[in-house]
Design a protein around this ligand. Structure first.
Ligand SMILES: [Zn+2]
Length: 878
């Protein structure tokens, strides 16, 4: 075992199971020619391992079966994550073909790990194999390499959506098979392949779902789709701890699971990565390739050809067990943030599998009764077909990888763009996060050694970086830094754009190649700007102030307020020239006076000094209340802030993704507690305990008539309600707000519309996810801390509000030419023009603040998070 692999389970091989292994005959002799389903149509009998395994293979009796370890056959129960670890740990201990390696921890502290299978010789030599494999990404080193002699790197990844459980349960079989099967084919496979089995890509979701289904299991095999077992409690097991869809997170890296995985992919550059999912119960089985016209143009054509070549193995293997399937009709790899597409932009082949879901153990469907074991068998079978393809297509796949990187460099050299300069000196918190993400994606960047100026913009060397197009991950960086504006197909399985500069609202400049071009001077750094905040100015301050510009300013304020320390916010600008300071302070500057606080002066000083360091934000110390310009420190224009006590209504038909993003923002980024409350408990709650109530997207009918009246009274009494995204439609109707929505674009056809193209025609007028320009009033509290006067906003869905009556109600509006990047029809662009993004509606002594589109998209839109934070922190001062 290589030393630098953190092995999490360290038992001695071959001893652990000594007394528990029952001698079994080779499986071959048990194999039944007629499947369990033909023999017992509804699968009511006990499942048998022979049902799953290929025939004509002998199995090593020293390798324990899943049943010998877990006490039940695969498919009889949903495997919990703890049980999964137990089995994988056993295999790693008993088999000399496997080791276990942890690569990340989930929020709920569950390990994410690979069970790595290969020949014992390869396993002893993994570091060298990795180093050799990495050479393929460097055309100079790769030129002389004989791919015939290199092993292939394969990842089998299961159930990133935790409630698509056939994958994770099939991983038990994959592990057993790879450890126990003894044929010449498997020996050849192990000699020439490093197989990373990732049995549970989303441990927290897998466990949540397993628990739900197991606790609701009926032993009489209830198959009624209306029953509880098929209808998971909110938020369901699809997502991770903070309710994120992790199969959108491979580019964005909001979650630790994805960070670990992207790091692994950049280190190992796997050639094949499988991604095992489930779809609607009435379907059959899908394998890629997906819709040909919906491939991302940055993915080389050869990727599609190889995906198709691999698909022939799936077809053959599924034919052998008599399972129906389809491919090419649905799904796509346009967006690179998915498990089947991130490998595509990193020189591998990502393969999406979708199995019709049984959700529980047995279920009635349009195709008859679907059993859980049947779904597991399909997933296991395509795991084997993927490995067989890996064995037979090893050289073409390795050659493709080599060629992927050499052609990437050639294309980079031909690219008209030299690179991008970027940086935000006023928001180093955001800079750190941005650079960290680039680093995990193995995108090289360098810090400027001289200030860079062009077209009237200045990038200061201390806080600015350069990223060159000419580098290994050229295609990946093109996809994340370039705007997208032309599309072959107007249907997107996911978003149509994901520009990182827009997401971070990051000042940047594209630099074109050409004579006399001003090339930025920079030096490569491994270290990311890490600034420790400090106290600056007077030693004995009368007051402290900090700007609201930094991404983590809300974290600093929340920490101050949680200590009971009073803070105010500047609603007008001022400048200060004393105590060796000469500083301008904009709207939103936070002021803390030394007098009349919970802490004594010395204690307060120490507390704030520590916080400045922790948050990386400077606090200015003023010895005088007299300012050089604008308001003085005793001015009434410093508005008193109340500590926000936030309630988020969840459950029912509220959108768990929107709710999770908000929970994550406050809990993880701002270290500030927010209460998630089931909407149907409103009548038991004293709403007066909260300053702010959030309705994330979705509808809130479970509040009930009495609950809605209670909520209305709470707002009238001075409450601050935030309606987010489509919750505004619900709020407008149910809380009688003066907000109306524009009609959706009507589809027009000449002659009779073609029925077969019905879905495509509708998709033309959908906004699957695009970026728009919004301009704002910088003096409005909801805009505090935002740079400039415009901000890129991510929008999904075609809902657009009308401009409401009343001055000062719409501090944020879409610009007159709003589309910045991504697909949006001309008609929709017209509807969005100058429409409101934020609407404030006064109700009695309180108000409703409606944020109509995404401010927190997938936890990644750092640039607009502050709009949401401002609605919470400053919602009561206007
Ligand atoms: Zn899925």
């Amino acid at each position: 075992m290589p030393k630098n692999f953190p092995i999490i389970f360290n038992f001695k091989k071959n001893e652990y199971f000594h007394d528990r292994i029952k001698k079994t005959k080779p499986m071959k002799t048990y194999f039944m020619l007629i499947s369990l389903f033909l023999a017992v149509p509804f699968g009511f009998a006990q499942t048998d391992l022979n049902y799953y395994l290929p025939k004509d293979v002998n199995y090593d009796i020293n390798i324990p079966t899943p049943k010998q370890v877990l006490g039940y056959e695969v498919g009889d129960w949903m495997v919990s994550h703890d049980q999964l670890i137990k089995y994988m740990e056993t295999i790693a201990n008993v088999s000399d073909r496997a080791i276990m390696v942890e690569y990340a921890r989930s929020y709920e502290n569950r390990p994410l790990f690979h069970l790595v299978f290969s020949s014992p010789e390869n396993l002893a030599n993994l570091e060298q194999i990795k180093a050799d494999h990495q050479k393929l990404s460097d055309p100079k080193l790769a030129a002389g390499m004989d791919t015939e002699k290199l092993p292939l790197i394969v990842v089998l990844g299961y159930s990133i959506h935790g409630n698509e459980a056939s994958g994770v349960n099939a991983s038990l079989l994959t592990a057993y098979y790879l450890a126990a099967a003894s044929s010449s084919a498997i020996k050849d496979l192990l000699k020439n392949t490093i197989i990373f089995v990732d049995p549970a890509l989303n441990p927290d979701g897998v466990n949540r779902f397993a628990n739900w289904v197991n606790q609701n299991k009926s032993f009489a095999n209830l198959s009624d789709p209306n029953s509880r077992v098929f209808n998971e409690a909110y938020p369901g097991g699809r997502s991770n701890h903070y309710w994120f869809d992790m199969n959108r997170d491979y580019l964005l890296l909001t979650n630790p699971e994805s960070r670990g995985r992207a790091k692994f992919i950049q280190e190992w550059n796997p050639n094949i990565v499988t991604d095992h999912h489930e779809m609607g119960s009435n379907s059959t089985f899908f394998f890629q390739p997906g819709v040909p016209s919906r491939n991302n143009p940055l993915t080389p054509r050869r990727n599609y050809e190889l995906t198709k070549a691999i698909a022939e193995y799936h077809a053959k293997f599924l034919d052998q067990i008599g399972s129906l399937y389809f491919s090419e009709e649905q799904f796509d790899d346009y967006y690179f943030g998915k498990g089947s597409s991130y490998p595509d932009i990193n020189a591998g082949i990502g393969i999406l599998f979708e199995q019709a879901s049984s959700r529980g153990f047995v279920r009635e469907t349009a195709n008859g009764v679907l059993t859980f074991p049947f779904t597991i068998r399909n997933q296991f079978t395509v795991s084997l077909s993927s490995l067989e393809a890996a064995r037979n297509l090893r050289k073409p796949l390795l050659d493709y990888q080599k060629e992927f990187y050499s052609s990437a460099l050639e294309e980079a050299n031909k690219d008209a763009i030299l690179g991008w300069v970027f940086g935000d000196k006023n928001d180093l918190g955001k800079m750190r996060e941005f650079l960290n993400i680039l680093k995990i994606h193995a995108i090289e960047f360098s810090q400027l050694t001289e200030n860079y100026s062009a077209n009237g913009k200045i990038f200061e060397k201390e806080s600015s970086y350069f990223v060159a197009t000419s580098q290994k991950n050229y295609r990946l960086l093109k996809s994340i830094f370039e705007k997208s504006s032309s599309f072959e197909d107007k249907t997107f399985y996911d978003v149509s754009t994901w520009n990182f500069f827009y997401a971070f609202n990051m000042p940047n400049m594209e630099i074109k190649k050409g004579k006399g071009v001003n090339v930025p001077k920079s030096t490569v750094v491994g270290q990311i700007v890490s600034k420790k905040g400090q106290l600056i100015g007077s030693e004995r301050p009368l007051a402290y102030a900090f700007r609201w510009d930094d991404y983590f300013a809300p974290k600093l304020l929340a920490a101050i307020q949680s200590k009971g320390i009073k803070a105010k916010v500047a609603t007008k600008e001022f400048s200060y020239q004393a105590d060796n300071l000469n500083e301008y302070f904009s709207f939103g500057t936070i002021l803390i006076t030394s007098e009349n606080q919970q802490l004594g002066k010395a204690e307060l000083h120490k507390f704030l000094s520590n916080l400045a360091q922790e948050c990386g934000i400077d606090l200015y110390c003023f010895s005088s209340g007299y300012t050089a310009g604008g308001i003085d420190l005793g001015s009434d224009s410093f508005a008193k802030l109340e500590k926000p006590r936030v309630l988020i209504f969840v459950g029912g038909r509220s959108d768990s993704r929107d709710a999770g993003e908000i929970w994550h923002l406050f809990d993880q980024r701002y270290s500030m507690p927010v209460s998630l409350v089931e909407q149907n408990t409103i009548n038991r709650i004293d709403l007066a305990e909260y300053t702010t109530i959030v309705l994330p997207g979705g509808s809130f009918d479970e509040l009930g008539k009495a609950g809605i009246e209670k909520l209305q009274k709470w707002i009238s009494d001075g409450g601050n309600l935030i309606s987010y995204k489509d919750a505004t439609q619900w709020a407008a109707k149910n809380l009688n707000l003066d907000i109306k929505f524009k009609k959706e674009v009507e589809l027009n056809f000449q002659g009779i519309p073609s029925f077969v193209n019905k879905a495509d025609a509708a998709n033309v007028q959908d906004i699957s996810g695009a970026i728009f320009e919004v301009y704002f009033d910088p003096s409005h509290p909801i805009a505090y801390g935002l740079p400039g006067k415009t901000i890129p906003i991510f929008k999904t869905g075609a809902s657009v509000a009308e401009m409401p009556e009343g001055l000062y109600r719409t501090p944020f509006r879409y610009s007159a030419s709003p589309l910045l990047s991504g697909y949006c029809s001309i008609e929709n662009n017209e509807r969005i023009k100058s429409a409101p993004f934020v609407i404030a509606s006064p109700v009695g002594r309180g108000k409703v603040i409606s944020i109509l589109d995404d401010a927190n998209f997938r936890g990644f839109w750092y640039g607009s998070n502050k709009v949401f934070a401002n609605a919470v922190f400053f919602g009561k001062i206007f």
